[in-house]
Write a protein that binds this ligand. Sequence first.
Ligand code: ZN
Length: 167
Amino acid sequence: MCPPESPPGPRSPAPPSPATLPDLGELYQELILDHYRRPRNKGKLEQPTHGAALNNPLCGDEVDLELRVQNDVITDVRFVGRGCSISQAAASMMTQVIKDRPLTEALSLAGRMSAMMHGDEAAARDKSLGDLRALVGVARFPVRVKCALLPWNALQDALKSSGTASR
Ligand code: ZN
């Protein structure tokens, strides 16, 4: 499990308190919790062309990603998943920045995100990462880096899958 969070469930009706997150700065915590509580692009896609499901056994996080790719552009994306707030917020944030992007750009964003999570300060200033920059502080918590990168690893796996895409 991922300390110091407890999983959401019927026994814990209260939303997770910001205090349960690593110290990422107040503004960033708000943004992360906002995505966690109100995930963007959550659900299943009709007729996805690519998909991948990954989990992070260290933490119990799961992300199942579906993409629709047309003419090498990600025209739609959805995810379902569960797990810690960082993994789920990262998935939500990722779907926002990769939607309507060419595949090459989405993959280069995956590289930027990975660089940021491994301490690259230039990557952390890259505005094209959007809300994902709120996760920069996670780089200080190596155990949580896997949470933040889980959806991106799913993206890379999904794009490697041939799917049913007609290209
Ligand atoms: Zn996690």
